[in-house]
Write a protein that binds this ligand. Sequence first.
Ligand SMILES: Nc1ncnc2c1ncn2[C@@H]1O[C@H](COP(=O)(O)OP(=O)(O)OP(=O)(O)O)[C@@H](O)[C@H]1O
Ligand SMILES: [Mg+2]
Length: 333
Amino acid sequence: MSTLLKVNNLIKHFPVTKGFFQKQVGAVKSVDGISFEIEEGETLGIVGESGCGKSTTGRALLRILEPTEGEVLFDGVDIAKLPKKELRAFRTNMQMIFQDPYASLNPRWTVQQVLEEPLITHGNLTKTEVKQRVTELMELVGLSPQQASRYPHEFSGGQRQRIGIARALALNPKFIVCDEPVSALDVSIQAQVLNLMKDLQQKFSLTYLFISHDLSVVKFISDRVGVMYLGKLVELSPTKSIFAEPLHPYTKALMSAVPIPDPEIKREQIVLSGDVPSALHPPAGCAFHTRCPVAMDICKTLVPKWSEVSGGRKVACHLYEQNHTKEEQGSCH
Ligand SMILES: Nc1ncnc2c1ncn2[C@@H]1O[C@H](COP(=O)(O)OP(=O)(O)OP(=O)(O)O)[C@@H](O)[C@H]1O
Ligand SMILES: [Mg+2]
């Protein structure tokens, strides 16, 4: 397998301005220096509480939001620095599936028009070829091509998400950011849509960044899982090992809230006190130290670095650092 996406020190800060002259007085550090790679055909799940920067990461990767700093290498091309014109053409490789497809589908367009739009804008297909492709896309996502003449509101939530997926697939992308794609759906429908996404991934060797706050969904779909806290990645591990043995205290707390089907297994529930601190003034040192049940003195001042743990696992926590010296200060990206 080869690496499709390599993200180096991605930062997205939203400036906070004040007064008539819009003087910058601070910045919301939504994504604060994260690095990771995604292999071709892989699904990397991203989890974390609300407001920790999951969506901002996905959007900055695709340059729906302009990154403040950092590299996003896609097949070796740095998307973060591509001029606008080249980016437009390059975008066909990368798509996004949203939580609420209804909000992202123009209600005055029929499904036919929704699916035709990217084909007409980016492709050089004849009218007949466009029609054929729409038929193909409808079939791919399990809808009948005859339904293409209907409007989005005439479909159920699950069907609308299928339309969202069909639109994302229209231009044969390699990489799709899926931002909470099943969170708005009934549990019974979630499984169907997730299975469809898995089938399509196999069929077209798609690579997914799959954002969700639902750990069972992430467990089902992901090969590896990244855990975010206040704009930083705190752990990145293969799915099996992160669920079997979470390393970071934050991951442990998140996992402890997931019910285990086996009543024989007892797991201590770790309740995190308080909310996620503001991304405008994140705590110094390890941003999690204010809520961490095992915080040490060092955590209040020194940002933990990535520690590589066996089995392809990475964690940014002082508990796992062998020898930390002042000279080794660095950010955990
Ligand atoms: N356009 C913006 N301007 C200023 N701050 C923003 C903007 N968009 C997001 N933020 C802030 O960035 C932080 C991260 O937001 P983001 O939406 O990425 O979180 P998330 O992990 O996707 O949360 P959720 O699970 O609720 O979707 C939050 O503090 C949010 O308020
Ligand atoms: Mg979000």
